[in-house]
Ligand binder design. Sequence first.
Ligand SMILES: [Zn+2]
Length: 383
Amino acid sequence: MTCNICANRLDKPVYESETSLTSVFDIFPQPTRVRICGSCGHLQTDEIENAAAFYDTEYTFLTESEEEDHIYEVRDSNKIYRTDHQVAVLQRKLELDADTKILDYGCAKSSMMWTLQKDEPALRPFLYDVSDCYVPFWEKFAEPSNWAVYEIPSSWDGNFDVVTSFFSLEHITRPVEVVDQITRLLTPGGVFYGIVPNVLTNSADLIVIDHVNHFTRSSLDCLLTSAGLVVQEIAADTHRGAFVFLAKRPIESTGATWTANEKEIVATSRVLCELAEFWSSAAARLRDAEQDTTNDGELAVYGASFHGAFIKSCLLRPERIRCFIDRNPFLQSGDLGGVPILPPDDLPQDVRNIFVGLNPLHAREVIENVAAFSGRDLSFIYI
Ligand SMILES: [Zn+2]
């Protein structure tokens, strides 16, 4: 077992799951095993079996409609959606105009380019993904000659001012090959701009089975530098729970190689071990709390996304969950694993226990600000 980033040999797993969940909240029949690279500080999950088939046919991301999206945050009762936040950050960091040749790599339905084009109608974005299930979305704003599925034509090499990658490198089993390809696609002086989850601030990323890569600042730096790019920025404070990075293809190759900062790798590895311990004991802690709720009112789970699905997968009697509660209107008419998703105002009166399926870093603050819960006799159970 070797590191996807620096090819160093990996040690035995620091985390091994009982039940595994995918990033689209399905149970996956293979243990999640996570290992640390002591050389570049990368955190890596063993590859899922038949990964190509999984992404081609089973993995569909937000394909209910063009508008369907995740909530990034709720500020003064206003919901800010993830795509809108990402577009705002991208426009702040890069000067894009109608002439910018931009490729969204691993783009899914590319809500980013769809949204960007509303601001810049003359923009002609290029799109690439490893599944053709998103083509019906692309047809609405791009030209067929500007998209590729499965393979990228060699005529695209050296063509792009900007290549973007929004939450895709974490899925890719050979990120070195992909970033080498992205570097080739860029024109000299062109920029690779991307976002990947930051496991240090969004710790549940550690237990997502199809996130084979969990980047740290050092492993991301290693990946980009080793591809011949010059890292301009790796920001941990621009997008909550994620790294936003910018790296430039130099006009002429610099021949620079990546060297590790030993202190940083040791410190990173220590924190990653602590996170692995937290998640290793999470299922047992949730089941203990479940036992304490027996016959003491009905159960609900707050958060109908990954954390909520994780809670459901851990409980001894998940059939006790009456409903999921979520503020995202795109989720509220649906269900998660057959359990209905309701807005906070519709929480049934006989529910007394709420498991909180949110990022543990922000969970308490979010719950304190749910107006519909104030004055109710509710017990909250955190992961
Ligand atoms: Zn490594």
